[in-house]
Ligand binder design. Sequence first.
Ligand code: NAP
Length: 262
Amino acid sequence: MIRIVVNGAGGKMGREVVKAVAADPELELAGAVDPSHKGEDAGILAGTERNGVTVGGSLQTVLEETHPQVVVDFTSPSVIFDNAAAVMEKGLSMVIGTTGLTEKQRTLLQEISSRTGANALIAPNFSLGAVLMMEAAEKISAYLPNAEIIELHHNHKYDAPSGTSRLTAEKMGAARKQEPCEDRTAESIPGARGAVVEGIRIHSVRLPGYVAHQEVLFGGEGEILTIRHDSLDRKSFMPGVVLACKKVLTVPGVTYGLENYL
Ligand code: NAP
């Protein structure tokens, strides 16, 4: 049994992780953290039966009391680096779903990993379909270099553009064999053409009702190719999270992207 602490256990993703960990015979929910739900039962908070794991208000305290092997983090971009650094300094491994870590911060976590032996998987998207969508976008980009991304999420998402769209654009930029056409459109309102990552425009939609969706549009001579992925339920992320919890202890260092674990 791999002992897991869920950080952000009261959040939309955290509650699903609590249920997924409890349902897997190889994983044990050792602890749960979420300051605004301190003292509540993690099972009841997740919408299932009482599981006897009381949500703690401090990650540090819960780690000292529960001695986990892996911490799963779905909190907020504003706290993820400090959380991950503190956990990995203790030699504990991390499965990081929280988006927002910069390349520099990932490098700093790799340095901690090299010193302490803690491993980490940082995955902007844990859904298998989204990983396959990124792989397809990377392949197509080699032949159709002109592309834009539209990502659509619920209106409570903390950051824009999404981590998935950034990673998709990075992969597409690296796979491109030709430069895209020059963009000659002048913005009459700043931001009208979206953010730019690796020369690829990313447009972020935030509306109630959406979960996590992404379209990649490729334009060629007289043809358009569109690929789209829709996460309709947060359950779609759980097989990837469970896989990562089992694998992170055996894959050394800091890994970026679930595709490296498949
Ligand atoms: P959410 O519903 O707001 O949940 C975040 C939870 O973390 C909240 O309960 C929040 O409490 C809590 N929290 C904040 N700071 C904390 C801290 N320092 N220690 C412990 N808990 C803390 O957000 P969500 O939709 O679950 O998303 C969480 C993160 O996962 C976001 O970065 C999102 O983009 C990302 N995400 C990733 C994937 C993926 O596949 N990788 C999928 C979906 C979402 P308060 O409400 O009191 O602040």
